[in-house]
Design a protein around this ligand. Structure first.
Ligand code: NAP
Length: 316
């Protein structure tokens, strides 16, 4: 028989843990499904978070997520490390079933906080060399590129952070960006300027990732239409390629339960309510804009408060 929880939170990033802390403190019996592949979410790959208030010296992503987990467990959160593979609304009542590979649960309400997954470049050779020189996580794979030449694709905060991290190991780091203007924050751009190992390749679209049987050797680039590539020719000799072009929301498992926008983000209606009256959502799965640890945590708080208020039929 499926074990019943009053609420199930899915996802263990700042949104999921914050929701759990609030549910726990309000005595709402709940389960947190934390994912088997990447418990702790995207911040587990972030070596130093400098903009989460309360940590003037910065804090590592794994340390912050570890502390959030301890705090959630302190208030009674039960956690399992599995993936929610199927979520179904039971016909005729307001309950849901949530199935992982090995277990089945029932619940009256859900908080969806599954975050996002690395966006693929969709360049020729990307899949072929994934794990053989193509990576989506510098903190996971950077060490393998000691004294090598690497390219980071993207012009946002993640790309520049990855490049700065890689510069600690690699001999040379190129930031390859499709425009000549960066999206990344000034503070990161300033840090990149101070790092002699990093240089920019701008107006450059990645056409193909080329290599031999086991390793990447070259990036074939083409200029953005009506521009010229700045900082390199059409061929860049590299040993590794780090793709840092953003994320796509992990919403496919709930696409039949809640309304999504055209990019797959869960649509919100009044606070953190979704189109389904007993489902709330929080964090990056709802947020194409801010995508910060602090905004994810805040939305997790709001989702839990919205749920608790609905439970006690309170309104603002
Ligand atoms: P992002 O800000 O969406 O930037 C993605 C970058 O990849 C953009 O420069 C974009 O180019 C490029 N890009 C997107 N699709 C592409 C494609 N198909 N081919 C080539 N280039 C492509 O994503 P992010 O850097 O992961 O950051 C996400 C959010 O997290 C942001 O709000 C960011 O501020 C935040 N973040 C903050 C920190 C921090 O505060 N320390 C660290 C990491 C991330 P265009 O510019 O041309 O669109």
């Amino acid at each position: 028989m499926a074990k019943f929880f009053e609420t199930i939170v899915i996802g263990s990033g700042p949104a999921g843990y914050t929701a759990s802390i609030y549910l726990g403190r309000a005595d709402v019996q709940h389960l947190l499904i934390a994912s088997s592949l990447n418990p702790g979410g995207a911040l587990m790959n972030t070596p130093l978070i400098e903009n989460f208030p309360g940590f003037p010296q910065g804090i590592s992503g794994p340390k912050l997520m570890g502390e959030m987990q301890i705090q959630a467990e302190k208030f009674g959160t039960e956690i399992i490390y599995e993936n929610a593979q199927k979520i179904t609304q039971i016909t005729g009542n307001n309950k849901f079933t949530v199935e992982t590979a090995d277990q089945k649960f029932e619940t009256s309400s859900l908080i969806l906080a599954m975050g996002g997954t690395y966006k693929k470049l969709k360049a020729v050779g990307e899949n072929k060399y994934a794990g053989k020189g193509v990576s989506y996580c510098a903190t996971c794979d950077g060490f393998f590129f000691k004294n090598k030449i690497v390219a980071v694709i993207g012009g946002g905060d993640t790309a520049l952070e990855e490049a700065l991290f890689l510069a600690e190991f690699a001999a040379k780091v190129y930031i390859v960006h499709r425009r000549d203007q960066l999206r990344a924050s000034e503070i990161l751009q300033d840090r990149v300027k101070q790092e002699p190992k990093i240089s920019y390749v701008l107006n450059a679209l990645v056409k193909e990732i080329v290599g031999n049987e086991n390793a990447v050797t070259t990036l074939n680039l083409q200029a953005k239409p009506n521009t010229e590539i700045i900082g390199a020719s059409n061929h860049l000799t590299v040993d590794g390629v780090f793709v840092a072009i953003g994320h796509v929301p992990n919403s496919s498992v709930v696409q039949n339960l809640v309304e999504l926008d055209n990019q797959g983000y869960i649509k919100l209606f009044k606070g953190q309510r979704t189109s389904n009256p007993n489902i709330y959502a929080a964090g990056d799965i709802t947020d194409p804009t801010y995508r910060q640890a602090i905004t994810a945590a805040a939305s997790g708080c709001k989702a839990a408060k919205d749920l608790i208020n609905a439970r006690f039929a309170r309104s603002y």
